[in-house]
Design a binder for this molecule. Structure first.
Ligand code: 5AD
Ligand code: SF4
Length: 450
């Protein structure tokens, strides 16, 4: 995303196309494309076409033939590959026909989709195996991340199962920097999980930028890992609503090892903003999804991510976000002020929101989310929760662990309970943690000094 790249746009036809060509240059400039006057040496050539007469269309095909020659010559000389795109009305009218007739064309984009150019270009580069920041294949990368015989550090562990993202939310750099969605082989994951369990790990959190896009289904992987003796708790993060399939929802009802906590970012409650974000869900479809998940697992703790001040967000859009938050009732959440990331479509969108407005919205959203987190924690007071103790607490004689809902719980308990899942009667709650005492008949002997 750093070195300047040369962009040549050839415009045919009307004033509308002239205007559109400028817009295309705008959305491509954050990707590092700088306008060039000729196709010579260009990294990307866009033909912004006109369909008004057959002759105009034929001119496009003859130009494409010349570009192909130019590209082949340059490749033969060891130069960089030129990407060839067709935009405008011919693209709209003939679509894939263009790529059939002239296979040198890398991508076709209609006038309604110019904002998707960065995404289309990234996809086309990937299709040829060109990745931005990968100097080794994902497989090697995972091997480097998770060498065989990895040493467990404590009773909980993270386990990477998936990498990358194909969702192209318009605010996000991940699809450009991390590349396409890629899943680790389940047998390798299982072997690593067994090894961790043998070292005393009781809880694994399966990691991935889009973990629920895991190839072969995340639910199947969860069920497979749940069968490993000693592995009593499974979590996963982070998920996209689009990949929350029926099987995964069913797993929340059926697999006791799968913990009742779900990080399922919604980002906004305004359909207009969600569309501009390229999120592929609406506020309503998200709420319906949450309803289904809660039908499967009524006590599930829902967490999420929010962005305030996305370009074009008005007061009414922000109010829609607050309304959605009230409806969902979150156990926890993360909220961010929109930040312009070079190379992403949103960074070139009009209607960037003033910093003071973002600050004010963030404060209001956080106040509401805080209130919900406190209420969720307070609702545990009086309940007895199974807590996996992880490590000594801040005060002598105290241990810290986690509830099924990922709340930190501290209690007075002997060190030998580290790595055990024990019932704790919750007695007090704060925003970030719970406090309780060991309880339950089975543990009576643990209450005696060791
Ligand atoms: N500005 C603000 N927040 C962002 N996130 C991702 N990109 C941006 C950005 N450009 C947030 C999203 C995502 C979380 C990991 O980070 O909410 O879910
Ligand atoms: Fe992918 Fe998440 Fe970024 Fe969207 S926000 S592009 S789903 S990593």
């Amino acid at each position: 995303m750093s070195a300047p790249k040369r962009l040549f746009i050839k415009t045919y036809g009307c004033q509308m196309n002239v205007y559109d060509s400028e817009r295309m240059a705008d959305v491509l400039s954050p990707l590092g494309y700088v306008a060039a006057d000729t196709p010579d040496g260009a990294d990307l050539v866009v033909l912004n076409t006109c369909h008004i007469r057959e002759k105009a269309t034929e001119k496009v095909y003859s130009e494409l033939g010349k570009l192909k020659e130019m590209r082949d010559e340059r490749l033969a000389e060891g130069g960089a590959r030129m990407t060839i795109a067709v935009a405008g009305c011919v693209a709209q009218a003939e679509g894939e026909e263009i790529m059939r007739r002239q296979p040198a064309v890398d991508l076709v984009v209609g006038p309604q989709a110019y904002h998707q150019l960065p995404e289309l270009i990234a996809r086309s580069h990937r299709a040829r195996g060109e990745r931005l920041s990968a100097d080794f294949a994902p497989e090697d990368k995972f091997d480097a991340l998770a060498p065989a015989g990895r040493k467990a550090n404590g009773v909980t562990a993270f386990l990477t199962v998936q990498e990358g993202c194909d969702k192209f939310c318009t605010f996000c750099v991940v699809p450009y920097t991390r590349g396409p969605e890629w899943s680790r082989d389940p047998a390798t994951i299982e072997a690593e999980a067994r090894d961790l369990a043998a070292q005393g790990v009781r809880e694994v959190t399966l990691l991935g930028q889009n973990v629920n896009a895991y190839a072969g289904g995340l639910a199947a992987l969860v069920r497979r890992l749940a069968a490993i003796p000693g592995l009593d708790r499974i979590r996963y993060t982070t998920s996209h609503p689009r990949d929350m399939d029926e099987d995964l929802i069913a797993a929340h009802a059926e697999v006791p090892e799968l913990m009742p906590y779900l990080h399922l970012p919604v980002q906004s409650g305004s359909d207009k903003i969600l569309k501009a974000m390229n999120r592929s869900h609406t506020a309503d479809s998200y709420l319906k999804l949450i309803e289904k998940i809660r039908a499967a697992r009524p006590d599930i703790a829902i967490s999420g991510d929010f962005i305030v001040g996305f370009p074009g967000e008005r007061d009414s859009d922000f109010e829609a976000t607050l309304a959605l938050v009230r409806e969902v009732n979150h156990a926890a959440a993360f909220s961010f002020k929109y930040s312009r990331r070079p190379g992403t479509p949103a960074s070139a969108m009009p209607g960037q929101v003033a910093e003071e407005v973002k600050d004010e919205r963030l404060a209001r959203l956080n106040a509401l989310l805080d209130e919900q987190a406190r209420a969720f924690n307070a609702a545990q007071v009086g309940r007895t929760l199974p807590v996996l103790f992880e490590r000594p607490g801040r005060h002598p004689g105290q241990l810290i662990g986690r509830s099924p809902y990922l709340q930190a719980v501290h209690a007075t308990a002997p060190d030998r309970l580290i790595g055990q899942i024990v019932p704790v009667k919750i007695e007090n709650a704060a925003r970030m943690s719970l406090g309780g005492t060991l309880g339950g008949g089975v543990l009576a002997e643990e209450l005696q000094p060791a």
